[in-house]
Ligand binder design. Structure first.
Ligand code: EPZ
Length: 421
């Protein structure tokens, strides 16, 4: 297993390009299974999560051709109905494949998906949605089988806003018979981006990006054409690199991003005293001389993204005053603050959803391990400002979402090495 070794305290300057959105790539691969023709997905990030989902679809007999920053997928036929257990356990988003598989073949067998330990990750809304489409579901020790002669359009109300739940039902509904209405749907930008492309290929989706999405199903034998889809920039990489600039800059230019997709985050960054300039696809961030402690609460899009809570919490350890951070969405996404406290921060957990950060505090390097993807990148940022050396293990979690991150940080002047054990 490899680990990162970081020597903190360097001022960083230069340019860093944002990759295609991880959470758009995973759903585009799933949606490609609706078509018998070739989908070319460009601006495609080759990271561990996307590697895993490509392996899963290859296991189903789907043709996959990897390019430098694109992938071609052609699901002429889907030869298997079961998803590989080990791969499913590594990737919570594997549940998204159940939608198009059920729609295309009428059968799916899979284990409960794994993924981040950021809290309970139930799949009740997925199973409820599949049942509303007419699927029969059998559970057997953590393994479930679903079958449906055909999917019937349904009215599905999500009691909680679910991003992948919305996407999975939207994708499945494309090949259902009749109209599906999704209510209390998620509005993350990846959703209208996917709907727009599916419509170019023959789907009939309206309302994506609003709380009510309508899909006129074209039936299992309906034709979804192939085509070329460019993924939107990764808004979580964008926010992460903005925090990097605020705590380690010099001056960092973030390229190939879309500032409109991180508006709530930028409003809070500005309130905290970070100076930045935005252009259509760029953000320039200057290192903050002093930061103001502010309160932040995460919220479904267009609110402050929960995936940006961990790096923002780190930013608040460098701010003057007391800040209340509330992650309203997950009940396990603040546990990583214990690790920051071993590096010198003063963070008190009030309850599983809230911490109080008192700053500013100097951080010192430690031997630590990434608990999950977004906490993992936050620990990298912490190492970059901590005194002396930080060693981060379990960096598979970081490689899940950030392509060749150490190379990209070194280009900015960071002292970070990937060391094979
Ligand atoms: C997506 O996860 C993202 N993952 C997450 O990013 C992101 O944190 C999350 O949305 C919220 O923005 C992908 O897109 C692959 P949810 P998802 O369903 O869809 C509860 C990352 O770091 N819930 O919107 O799985 C759930 O427990 C990842 O890239 C149910 O109760 O999240 C949570 O409390 C981490 N039952 C809330 O809904 C269900 O059936 C929102 O979760 C489904 C979800």
């Amino acid at each position: 297993m490899s680990y990162f070794e970081i020597i903190g305290g360097k001022k960083l300057n230069g340019e860093i390009e944002v990759r295609g959105a991880k959470n758009a790539a995973l759903k585009a691969v799933a949606a490609a299974l609706l078509s018998r023709e070739k989908w070319t997905i460009t601006n495609f990030p080759f990271i561990e999560d996307t590697n895993r989902i490509l392996e899963m679809v290859e296991n189903l007999g789907v043709k996959v051709a990897r390019g430098s920053n694109q992938v071609e997928i052609q699901a002429k036929s889907i030869q298997k109905n079961s998803l590989d257990k080990n791969l499913t356990k590594k990737l919570r988003a594997s549940i998204i494949l159940a939608g198009p598989m059920l729609a295309r073949t009428g059968k799916v067998e899979m284990y409960h998906p794994g993924g981040c330990v950021i809290g309970r990750r139930p799949i009740d809304m997925f199973l409820d949605g599949f049942q509303k489409f007419g699927a029969k579901i059998k559970w057997q020790d953590g393994h479930f089988r679903m079958s449906a002669a055909k999917l019937a359009g349904a009215k599905i109300f999500f009691p909680k806003i679910t991003v992948t739940g919305t996407e999975t039902m939207m994708i499945a509904a494309v090949l259902a018979e009749g109209e599906t209405i999704l209510e209390n749907a998620a509005m993350e930008p990846e959703i209208p981006a996917l709907a727009d492309f599916l419509n170019k290929c023959g789907a009939k989706i309206t309302g994506a990006g609003t709380p009510i999405i309508r899909i006129k199903g074209i039936g299992r034998n309906g034709k979804i054409r192939g085509g070329k889809m460019e993924l939107i920039p990764d808004r979580i990489e964008t926010g992460t690199f903005a925090i990097l600039g605020a705590i380690c800059g010099g001056k960092i230019k973030i390229k190939k991003c879309n500032p409109n997709h991180v508006r709530a985050f930028l409003v809070n960054l500005s309130k905290a005293g970070v100076k930045f300039e935005e252009k259509k696809n760029e953000l320039v961030i200057w290192g903050a001389k002093s930061l103001k402690a502010i309160n932040v609460s995460t919220h479904e899009y267009p609110g402050f993204a929960t995936d940006l809570q961990p790096p923002f919490t780190l930013l608040m350890t460098q701010a003057k005053g007391s800040s209340l951070i509330h992650d309203s969405i997950f009940d396990g996404r603040l546990i990583f603050t214990d690790i920051l406290n071993t590096m010198g921060s003063r963070i008190t957990m009030n309850d599983p959803h809230r911490v109080t950060v008192n700053g500013p505090t100097d951080l010192h390097g430690k031997k630590i391990a990434s608990p999950d993807l977004r906490a993992g990148i936050t620990l990298v940022l912490a190492g970059l400002i901590a005194k002396r050396k930080t060693k981060i293990e379990n960096i598979y979690q970081i490689d899940r979402g950030y392509e060749r991150i150490e190379e990209r940080l070194r280009k900015l002047g960071a002292e970070i090495k990937r060391i094979q054990k």
